[in-house]
Design a binder for this molecule. Structure first.
Ligand SMILES: O=C(O)CCC(=O)C(=O)O
Length: 208
């Protein structure tokens, strides 16, 4: 698959400068939402203070690719761009991973970045495939750029149980049995104010 250079509407300068008083990647503002007795989701607002710089760096440097998938026997373009960040991670990614490794007691060793170029890009209801190889995997996501809806519902279907609106450096960590019992989506959103990126981090070995 060849690399593509994304063109997006994005003006990082519109976002506030990083707050010099705020410790970067601190878990002080963490809130845990229990979805049920075994599944949870942690949210830390503004976890990455210089999120606009990180967005710009990834936009320019990540190896963006346009994947396809088969739908009803047709090859269709996936409605977002993706980039796998190889290990050893560059400093900008390593500095996200290090505090997460310590807090969650795993080694986040895989980084896949998604670019939602505008409100037409999306990802459908799903759970992460890492659940097939690990029991109760953790999946950490840093959202950069424009805010987009991030919805959660039971894996068996039914109505939306939780609604989040991450962007601008917010962290979400999905944990417990969430990848087995719950699904998540970033739906299309006509009113999206610009491009969004999600830096997703996964681990390939169990905790401990
Ligand atoms: O962009 C997001 O926040 C979610 C991404 C996701 O669920 C995935 O890539 O599997």
């Amino acid at each position: 698959m060849s690399e593509v250079r994304p063109q997006v509407v994005w003006q990082g300068s519109l976002f506030d400068d990083a707050d010099p008083e705020r410790a970067p990647m601190s878990f002080e503002g963490l809130r845990r939402d229990d979805l049920d007795a075994t599944s949870w989701l942690d949210v830390v607002p503004s976890w990455v203070p210089d999120h606009a710089d990180l967005f710009d760096w990834l936009l320019a440097e990540a190896p963006w690719q346009q994947r396809t998938r088969t739908m009803w026997d047709n090859e269709v373009l996936e409605p977002r761009l993706v980039a796998g960040i190889p290990t050893p991670f560059p400093d900008r990614i390593a500095e996200l991973v290090a505090p997460l490794d310590v807090r969650y007691g795993v080694r986040f060793d895989s980084c896949l970045v998604n670019l939602y170029r505008d409100g037409s890009d999306a990802v459908a209801w799903h759970a992460d495939t890492v659940r097939k190889v690990l029991t109760n995997p953790l999946v950490a996501t840093v959202s950069l750029g424009a805010r987009r809806s991030f919805l959660v519902r039971p894996a068996g279907g039914g109505s939306v149980a939780r609604r989040y609106n991450p962007g601008e450096g917010d962290l979400i960590v999905m944990g417990g049995a969430m990848q087995h019992d719950w699904h998540h989506t970033v739906p299309r959103e006509k009113s999206a104010s610009g491009a969004r990126m999600s830096v997703t981090l996964r681990h390939s070995r169990p905790a401990g």
